[in-house]
Structures are given as structure tokens and as C-alpha cells.
Design a binder for this molecule. Structure first.
Ligand code: RB5
Length: 149
């Protein structure tokens, strides 16, 4: 299952992404928001990040105006590796290198065509399993252990 969420600044683009997920027959759960009324992005980024951290969701996608606020929130949840991507190269590299489990981007930054291409690449690129990348991700977990009590 893919957890998806946005604030008002990412709502319209989230609708496009959900349409893409539906067309691909991918299971998803929408954690809101559900219209363009002004809301606070942490309230919608957190449940998506928690769904990924708990294993309820395999991956998460969170969209706000810039992608930055939701990325900051998601990366404060232990076990989440959120990647803010505005280009296809980063979307591929973050899966291969970081095994990112949450994708974020900004509706005020990306057009829908590029956003869907990024989603497609990110969802379909496997982690490399390279030992150097595993070692580095283990070091991220060590940072979490030190600071995320
Ligand atoms: C909302 O105006 C905007 O601040 C939010 O969508 C996001 O860009 C924050 O990082």
C-alpha cells in the first residue's frame, strides 16, 4: 500500500498522482487533506510518515507547496527516509542509494507531467543492495538511535 498525503498547497497535484496510482492499479490510502482549504502541513505529513514507519504502508508520497515542509516533518519520524525530488535523476538515485521510503515534492515547483514521471521512476526503481549504500543507511539508523529518543 502507498500512503499519500498533502496540504492545501499540494492538493491539486495529489489528485493527479492519485489518478496515476488508480490507472496503474496500485493500492493507496489518502491521508488528506481533502480540499484546498488552508491547513498545516505537519498534520498531513506525519500520518503518512507514521504509516510508512509502522509498516502499514510500503512507501509514502507527500506533497506541499515546495515539498520542503513535509520532507522536514517526515524525516523526523524514526525509520523514514524522505527524499525531496524535483528531477528524474534524483528520483532514481535516491531509491538506488538511499532506499528512500517517502517521496516529497512541491506543487508550486513541478508541473504535473514531471511530477508523474518522478513518481513513476521512484516507485519502480529498486534499492541497489550495494554494501556501501547499506553501510551508509545503517549509519543513518545510528544517527536516529543517538538523537531520536
Ligand atoms: C503553504 O503555504 C506552504 O507553506 C506549504 O505548502 C509548504 O510549501 C511548506 O513547506
Amino acid at each position: 500500500m502507498i500512503a499519500i498525503g498533502s496540504d492545501h498547497g499540494g492538493y491539486a497535484l495529489k489528485v493527479h498522482v492519485i489518478k496515476y496510482l488508480q490507472e496503474k492499479g496500485l493500492e493507496y490510502k489518502d491521508y488528506g487533506c481533502f480540499d484546498t482549504s488552508s491547513v498545516d502541513y505537519p498534520d498531513f505529513a506525519l500520518p503518512v510518515a507514521e504509516a510508512v514507519a509502522s509498516g502499514e504502508a510500503e512507501k509514502g508520497i507527500i506533497i506541499c507547496g515546495t515539498g520542503i515542509g513535509v520532507s522536514i516533518v517526515a524525516n523526523k519520524v524514526k525509520g523514514v527516509r524522505a527524499a525531496l525530488c524535483s528531477d528524474c535523476f534524483s528520483a532514481q538515485a535516491t531509491r538506488e542509494h538511499n532506499d528512500s521510503n517517502v517521496l516529497t515534492f512541491g506543487e508550486r515547483v513541478l508541473g504535473p507531467g514531471l511530477a508523474l514521471k518522478i513518481v513513476d521512476i521512484w516507485l519502480n526503481t529498486p534499492f541497489s543492495q550495494d554494501s556501501r549504500h547499506i553501510r551508509r543507511i545503517d549509519k543513518i539508523s545510528a544517527v536516529e538511535e543517538k538523537y531520536f529518543k
